[in-house]
Design a protein around this ligand. Structure first.
Ligand code: ATP
Ligand code: MG
Length: 415
């Protein structure tokens, strides 16, 4: 894509009230636009990053048999009333009616999408009747809305945010737990592929379940969570539930446990039968007996993941995107060079995802913008380098390579 055609431009400064570094860099780079506290629009560059992250998640969820769908975002009151969650603080409620409908119509009768256990449990009642209909899993990548009191962390805590939520349905607790482990492994792949080391962390059951759950925690000083994590084997427990004391030994390998701040990028819950009971979701087992379906739920904060990547991968000049989620893999900068368009065509022929800075601007400005945007490979075309010669540099590296056009294309496509 030609940068002259991109409708966004980088900015020297972020919105004044933006305190989170992830949001500052993403705003300045033209990835996101802050509409209000905790509410962001994703601009073309940010959209490309999100699509990369979503596709990684999709591939891994499909690999464990997840079926993608999109559920309703406007939920009639009966759903949360059935599970006893209508009065949960963070739920945004909607009044269905106008001032002319009289007082009764002024009571909220809907809520907007904050999570979907109730919705999917009710949908499943239509398709599950026998043990032969189980197991299955379904997921969506959808916008969630929560009235978060502290929405100051940019993409880490939105009032509107993108979540991948998957739900699984089983005939037994044992079958659920086997699947739970498989999803845990798939989650690890997702975070690895995004360039993140996420610790599989024992966590509290919360309101969903009586049994333990697991969170995926990325160590970061800006995280709101605290975990105890083993230096040696990576075993981790959320400090909220951990019985380990400072200086305690790791229960699995005897290594030293450290306390760290962390960001929860995902979690997995064995739900049990709470939502099945609330919606009468039952199946007939092999002996002809009716039983409640056993459910699991699995979340990933998609936009939080994007913010986490920026928190972990940046320097004083801007973002350093891991290649797997970068908006483009290559940033081609033309410095008064007519030959640059040859390089652009050659890169495109090799299917390299390239942003072509074809604008008339100083070299200094182009370099600074390129560092801020953080595309992994920078290729410079300049008359100073001689005809058909380009400079190739990786974002974050000091030294550039000088290569002939074909070599440069080959180099970038093989890295
Ligand atoms: P937290 O403790 O951070 O509020 P949660 O326990 O409420 O998270 P879930 O409801 O299980 O989270 O949501 C699944 C995932 O969605 C979380 O692991 C997190 O990555 C992400 N998430 C939750 N709330 C937000 C938010 N307000 N903004 C961005 N991502 C969020
Ligand atoms: Mg929460």
């Amino acid at each position: 894509m030609r940068q002259s055609e991109l409708f966004t431009r980088t900015q020297k400064s972020a919105p004044k009230d933006e305190v989170a570094l992830n949001a500052q860099l993403l705003s300045r780079g033209g990835f996101i636009y802050k509409n209000s506290a905790g509410v962001y629009s994703f601009l073309p560059l940010g959209f490309r990053v999100l699509e990369k992250i979503k596709n990684i998640i999709r591939e891994e969820m499909n690999a464990v048999g997840g079926q993608e769908l999109i559920m309703a975002a406007l939920h009639d009151k009966h759903y949360l009333q059935a599970s006893g969650r209508w009065d949960v603080d963070v739920v945004y409620k909607v009044i269905d009616g106008t001032a002319n409908d009289g007082d009764k119509a002024r009571e909220p009768s809907f809520n907007i999408s904050w999570t979907h256990e109730e919705i999917i449990a009710e949908i499943a009642t239509k398709y599950v009747s026998s043990y032969k209909d189980l197991p299955f899993a379904a997921y969506q990548i959808q916008t969630k809305f929560r009235h978060e009191p502290r929405a100051k962390s940019g993409l880490l805590r939105g009032r509107e945010f993108l979540m991948k939520d998957m739900y699984s349905f089983h005939a037994s607790e044992k079958d659920l737990m086997e699947y739970y482990d498989r999803v845990g492994k798939a989650y690890k792949k997702v975070f690895d592929r995004c360039g993140l080391k996420a610790h599989y962390t024992l966590a509290a059951g919360g309101e969903f379940t009586m049994s333990n759950t697991h969170e995926f925690q990325v160590i970061s000083d800006v995280g709101e969570d605290a975990i105890y994590v083993c230096e040696k084997c990576g075993y981790a427990e959320n400090s909220e539930i951990s019985k380990l004391k400072k200086g305690a030994k790791c229960p699995t390998c005897g290594g030293a446990m450290q306390e760290e701040k962390s960001i929860e990028v995902g979690n997995i819950f064995p739900l049990g039968t709470k939502y099945s009971k609330a919606f009468g979701l039952q199946f007939t087992d092999e002996k002809g007996k009716k039983q409640d379906v056993v459910m699991g739920s699995y979340g990933i904060g998609v936009t939080r993941l994007m913010g986490t990547i920026v928190e972990l991968f940046h320097d004083d000049h801007g973002i350093l995107w891991p290649e797997s989620v970068a908006p483009f893999t290559t940033h081609l900068l033309a410095l008064n060079d007519a030959d640059a368009s040859d390089a652009y065509e050659a890169l495109r022929r090799e299917n390299i995802d390239v942003l072509y800075d074809d604008r008339a601007m100083s070299a200094g400005e182009k370099f600074a913008e390129s560092d801020l945007i953080g595309i992994p490979w920078r290729i410079v075309a300049s008359p100073k380098l001689g005809p058909g010669v380009l400079e190739v540099k990786r974002r974050g590296e000091k030294e550039a390579r000088t290569l002939k056009l074909e070599e440069a294309v080959r180099f970038v496509s093989s890295h």
